[in-house]
Design a binder for this molecule. Structure first.
Ligand code: FES
Length: 110
């Protein structure tokens, strides 16, 4: 028996709890991706092959703005959005990390 091939239940549990389900709508299409909690949302989308709009990737240009329709995220930094924007649910995908386990975002409506 090769011990390296065994699945450690604690590791599997950690791996699962490290993943957030994202439903996103972009250019009229709705897709589902998995988002690792340590990764910015933009990186998760690009890694999944989604051509999400972006430019600076540092929270300074606003190109990646989308609307958070369900769930909760934290912005690691924000030099673009006002408090009013945030109250409307707008987020910056390049600096967003998840708080809730399920997220719904929309690039087409805001
Ligand atoms: S890509 Fe510039 S703020 Fe996100």
């Amino acid at each position: 028996m090769n011990l390296n091939e065994e699945t450690n239940p604690a590791e599997a549990q950690n791996e699962q709890s490290n993943i957030v389900e994202v439903r996103l709508t972009l250019n009229g299409e709705t897709k589902y991706i998995q988002w690792k909690k340590q990764t910015p949302l933009l990186d998760a989308m690009l890694n999944a092959g989604i051509d999400a709009p972006h430019s600076c990737c540092r929270g300074t240009c606003g190109t990646c703005v989308c609307k958070l329709e369900e769930g909760e995220v934290r912005l690691k930094r924000n030099f673009v959005l006002s408090e009013a924007h945030i109250q409307q649910g707008l987020i910056l995908a390049c600096v967003a990390v998840p708080i809730s386990a399920s997220i719904k975002i929309n690039y087409d409506k805001f």
